[in-house]
Design a protein around this ligand. Structure first.
Ligand code: GH3
Ligand code: MG
Ligand code: MG
Length: 377
């Protein structure tokens, strides 16, 4: 492996003469040499200079070489540093003990320098391969993180995508159950969005979606999750929030959107949104699927009752509408057909049904009046 820096070798020996002898030889071969006279000094040098290889004497007073290698090899904060034990005892037992303690090789004193050089070179080659491998692993792990990030982000709006929302909801639901904390959902859908595409082009539609996502994000708290659940449908997960507070929040969002002017290349336009809000604890919300469905059902009612409005799951208006429909089974097992949303009397082009109560905001204008609301700068 090509490398510009010199390799750093730490020589550990309680005899200064031995260190100097090896220093002269190794420096002549182009290595940068550091010395330490005892085990403790060796460990300190390792922290300071982080050597590429250690030549370690076994027999030393206080802390012997075996203990030094044991400590080095069990220190998880250190990279791989090859250790060659140098021992005067040419006994198999001694070599085995050194290798067991974590040494990578051994050499017997008196040192044959040609042999030492060959062992040093071979271990430095392994070390270089190791470093290369570690760098690749790091790169791969960063790439994996990036891929995961991409897989959880909506490409167009850069907010979380449906998969991410479902993962987060799952986690947050478990958390809320464990800690007996409330949790709420706001399901939002842009009203008459199709007509943005139809009247101003798909790119204008894309611009509106991006701006809409940022608008929701700006209003949400740091701990809330905001994501794109489907085409022009967005979900907010509000942990630690009771249903009443979530309805108030959704109403504020609805007003923001109503008064916002969306900009696209070539013009400006306004849009409204409808929201369905559900929360837990609630006697009819037993799990996260039921919570999600409750918010979706409430959104359905918001669409059916005029759009540009916030409907609370299991509120008076919700229940009246469901009874009128002959469908009050919202316990999470009988889904309302999504396809009914935006159809029937509210088919784009026809005015929305105006059965909103007096206290409700004015129903959103139908796309038939779009021309007057979209302006060109
Ligand atoms: P409603 O008030 O009932 O929600 O009416 P709507 O027109 O908003 O709803 P509808 O379901 O009829 O149409 C949704 C449209 O959203 C249709 C689809 O082409 C468009 N859409 C979905 N995803 C994208 C997107 O990524 N970009 C653009 N430009 N349009 C999209
Ligand atoms: Mg819509
Ligand atoms: Mg929709």
């Amino acid at each position: 492996m090509e490398r510009n820096e010199k390799y750093k070798i730490l020589v550990v020996d309680d005899h200064e003469d031995n260190i100097e002898l090896l220093r002269a030889r190794l420096e002549a071969r182009g290595y940068e040499v550091y010395g330490a006279n005892d085990g403790q000094a060796a460990l300190e040098q390792v922290e300071h200079v982080c050597p590429d290889l250690i030549l370690l004497d076994v027999m030393m007073p206080k802390m012997d070489g075996m203990e030094v290698v044991r400590r080095l090899k069990t220190n998880k904060n250190l990279p791989f540093i090859p250790v060659i034990m140098q021992t005067a005892l040419d006994s198999t037992e001694n070599k085995v003990e050194g290798l067991d303690a974590g040494a990578d090789d051994y050499i017997t004193k008196p040192i044959n320098f040609a042999e030492l050089e060959a062992r040093v070179n071979s271990l430095l080659r392994i070390k270089a391969l190791q470093s290369d491998l570690a760098a690749r692993e790091k790169e791969l792990s960063e790439l994996n993180d990036r891929l995961r990030q991409i897989s959880l982000t909506d490409g167009l709006t850069q907010v979380e995508n449906r998969r991410s929302l479902e993962e987060r909801l799952n986690e947050m639901w478990q958390h809320s159950v464990r800690l007996h904390e409330p949790i709420a959902l706001v399901m939002c859908d842009i009203d008459w969005f199709k007509s943005v595409n139809d009247n101003h082009g798909h790119q204008a539609g894309d611009s509106v979606l991006k701006e809409f996502a940022q608008l929701l994000k700006a209003e949400a708290r740091e701990i809330d999750r905001v994501g794109r659940y489907g085409g022009e449908e967005f979900l907010l997960i509000l942990p630690g929030t009771v249903l009443d507070a979530a309805v108030t929040f959704a109403e504020r969002l609805r007003e923001k959107v109503e008064h916002h002017t969306f900009t696209y290349a070539g013009g400006k336009l306004c849009r409204t949104m409808s929201c369905g809000v559900a929360g837990s604890p609630h006697p009819r919300v037993k799990d996260q699927e039921a919570l999600l469905k409750a918010s979706d059902d409430a959104l359905y009612v918001a669409k059916e009752t005029g759009r540009n409005r916030v409907v609370r799951f299991d509120g008076a208006e919700f229940n009246a509408h469901m009874q009128g429909k002959g469908n009050n089974s919202t316990d999470g097992h009988q889904p309302l057909r999504k396809t009914t949303r935006g159809q029937g009397p509210n088919t784009p082009g026809s005015p929305p049904r105006s059965i909103a109560s007096a206290s409700s905001p004015a129903p959103s204008k139908s796309p038939s009046s779009e021309g007057s609301r979209a302006s060109t700068p």
